[in-house]
Design a protein around this ligand. Structure first.
Ligand SMILES: Nc1ncnc2c1ncn2[C@@H]1O[C@H](COP(=O)(O)OP(=O)(O)OP(=O)(O)O)[C@@H](O)[C@H]1O
Ligand SMILES: [Mg+2]
Length: 254
């Protein structure tokens, strides 16, 4: 009997050790910035790191990470919508689905949600760069997310000449005003936004920098540094948020 009890206790201790740590109300961390600044690289790194610390974390990408989102992503890449509103509504539909299917349930369970792009992308691209009305986009963002605001938004800031060269096969990318045809094409079709003129990308950058001035949730990081330095700066900020939410500091020692 004593042996059985001991066994149960040991098993209980093991499950406790294996149980991933969650935080009250969850934590939403978003990654923003123009094309090729390193959002996928850094959000993936953060996800791996937090998982390694035993923190219950999920990683998703907008638009995508749902069946509807993946289809919308393909439509947007293939079509040539001239209306920023039409484009915004498509992104918002994908966002609403991701919220319903993934983000809300994860936050309700106390998980850390790492998102590669979120509401600020729509403001930067369809608003600041494409000229859509910012107030309307904010309202649509609010509808799609039921007013959810990230706890932390990492803005990877980089001159688009550098970031676009990172994702291009063409070294002399800006020798002409329109870069059409000079950019890598992925298996989902043309990379639409990358094919916009440099000015478009500069407006995105300006928009992000303007937004980041308005709210302390933003953490702006120069993205021309070595990847590990960027990752360290992000982790430092995330660690602080987690410690504030009662995650023990010792967890981050490994
Ligand atoms: N700090 C860095 N220094 C140099 N190159 C980098 C750095 N971080 C990422 N890269 C490289 O830049 C390219 C783009 O990175 P990544 O795909 O992470 O950017 P992204 O912001 O997600 O791009 P997209 O907007 O296309 O989704 C990749 O080839 C990646 O290996
Ligand atoms: Mg990416």
């Amino acid at each position: 009997m004593a042996g059985k009890q001991q066994e149960e206790m040991d098993f209980g201790a093991d499950t406790e050790r294996m149980k991933k740590r969650t935080v009250e109300g969850g934590l939403l961390i978003t990654f923003e910035g123009g094309e090729g600044v390193g959002k996928s690289t850094q959000s993936g790194r953060l996800f791996q790191k937090l998982q390694g610390f035993g923190i219950d974390t999920i990683h998703a990408q907008e638009p995508g990470s749902s069946d509807l989102g993946n289809n919308i992503r393909r439509w947007i890449k293939r079509s040539n919508s001239s209306s920023p509103l039409a484009e915004t509504l498509l992104f918002e539909a994908a966002r609403a689905q991701l919220m319903f299917e993934t983000v809300r349930p994860a936050l309700d369970r106390g998980k850390v949600v790492v998102l590669d792009r979120f509401t600020d992308s729509t403001l930067a691209y369809q608003g600041y760069a494409r000229g859509g009305d910012l107030k309307t986009i904010k309202q649509l963002n609010d509808i799609a997310t039921a007013g959810l605001v990230p706890h932390l938004t990492v803005l990877l800031d980089l001159d688009p000449k550098v970031s676009l060269a990172r994702v291009s096969n063409e070294p002399d990318l800006f020798s002409t005003a329109n870069v059409s045809g000079a950019i890598r094409v992925d298996d989902e079709g043309q990379r639409r936004f990358e094919q916009q003129p440099l000015k478009f990308h500069q407006n995105i950058r300006k928009g992000y920098l303007e937004m980041s001035k308005t709210d302390p949730r933003w953490c702006v990081i120069k993205a021309d540094q070595a990847g590990h330095r960027i990752a360290d700066a992000i982790l430092k900020r995330v660690r602080r948020l987690l410690i504030e939410r009662d995650v023990p500091e010792t967890l981050f020692k490994s």
